[in-house]
Design a binder for this molecule. Structure first.
Ligand SMILES: Nc1nc2c(c(=O)[nH]1)N[C@H]1C(S)=C(S)[C@@H](COP(=O)(O)O)O[C@H]1N2
Ligand SMILES: [Mo]
Length: 318
């Protein structure tokens, strides 16, 4: 691990964060995101390697997969979390994950692949240019956020290991250490936390392998050092602090489906027309806002992902 190396100069060093965000909004308004992306590509090669430690600045390129929505302040996003390994109250992860040790970190990519491989965090940071992607993210509990994530499409790493013809699903597993996560045993769910996607969902370019947010590596409570973000699905599909990615023929078990199979299906696509057994999913509250807003089909990503589910009964396969 390059933990002793100082982070290289990035946009965040030369521009105060607030100014940078405003400037980017301005560029977006002018529709010249492409120009910024080109400048970013150059910056990536000039400034790599990226460095794996908490709070390190990351150099990013602009992304085509960004929504034009008001970004939720970082302080809200990092102090209202679900990360049950560190406790079940929304404020617990920010308090209890501070000493979580995330170096060294290795992710094993295995199963139905031609070249199974273990990736160090520094390798993951350098596999592809890191994109800043502004995504909507909605929890099944009806709160939502807009986050400036950092990462690249999950399909980058999946293609690298070359799935076999038998691979139909991707199973994910979080790190679990009861000594570092003493609150976990009181939360009622099984550990390690596990999740899964169908292979075509995992290959969709919107599915993000996420290593940072707001210009920096991930805070511990948000899933350091590497997590998945699937923006068209309920938040629990976006599994944090992953150590294993396994390609397989069968549908993998998922933590919240195991806990309450009638409430949480495997697919868990955001769908305002399919109520949770105990509440409506038609509306949501953006953190920091007072009024509820309408929840959008596939969380607003219907144009991009609806074709993945053509012909499926989305009530049955909820
Ligand atoms: N390992 C792990 N991943 C997890 C969870 C968890 O408890 N453990 N909670 C999930 C849920 S329910 C949500 S809504 C999102 C929250 O992500 P955020 O805290 O970055 O907003 O993380 C998901 N990933
Ligand atoms: Mo959630």
């Amino acid at each position: 691990m390059l933990i002793k190396e100082k982070p290289e100069l990035t946009h965040a060093d030369v521009t105060p964060k607030g100014v940078y965000l405003n400037r980017r909004k301005f560029l977006q308004g002018l529709g010249i995101a492409g120009a910024a992306a080109v400048a970013g590509e150059r910056a990536f090669s000039a400034f790599s390697p990226q460095v794996a430690y908490a709070g390190a600045k990351l150099t990013t390129v602009k992304s085509g997969y960004t929504v034009n929505e008001k970004i939720t302040p970082m302080n809200d996003v990092t102090h209202y979390n679900n990360f049950y390994e560190f406790g079940s109250d929304k404020g617990d992860p920010a308090k209890n994950a501070q000493k979580f040790v995330t170096t060294p970190w290795v992710v094993s990519v295995e199963g139905e692949v031609k070249t199974p491989r273990k990736f160090s965090m520094d390798e993951i940071l350098k596999l592809a240019p890191l994109e800043e992607r502004i995504y909507q993210h909605r929890c099944v509990e009806r709160w939502s956020i807009v986050v400036a994530w950092i990462g690249y499409s999950l399909n980058t790493i999946l293609k690298l290991v070359a799935p076999t013809a038998k691979a139909k699903y991707v199973a994910f597993e979080s790190f679990y250490d009861p000594r570092q996560m003493p609150e976990a045993k009181y939360t009622g769910i099984e550990y390690p936390y596990v999740e899964g996607l169908r292979l075509d969902e995992a290959m969709h370019p919107l599915a993000l392998l996420c290593v940072g947010m707001y210009g920096e590596t991930l805070p511990n409570q948000d899933g350091a050092p590497v997590r998945i973000v699937v923006p068209w699905k309920y938040g629990y599909k976006s599994i944090k602090s992953i150590v294993k990615i396994r390609l397989q023929a069968s549908e993998p078990p998922t933590t919240w489906n195991r806990y309450a199979p009638n409430e949480n299906g495997f697919y868990s696509n955001v769908n305002p027309n399919v109520d949770h057994p105990r509440w409506s999913q038609a509306t949501e509250r953006r953190l920091g806002e007072f009024f509820m807003r309408k929840t959008l089909m596939f969380n607003g990503y219907a144009d991009q992902v609806a074709s993945l589910y053509a012909g499926m009964d989305l009530k049955k396969f909820h």
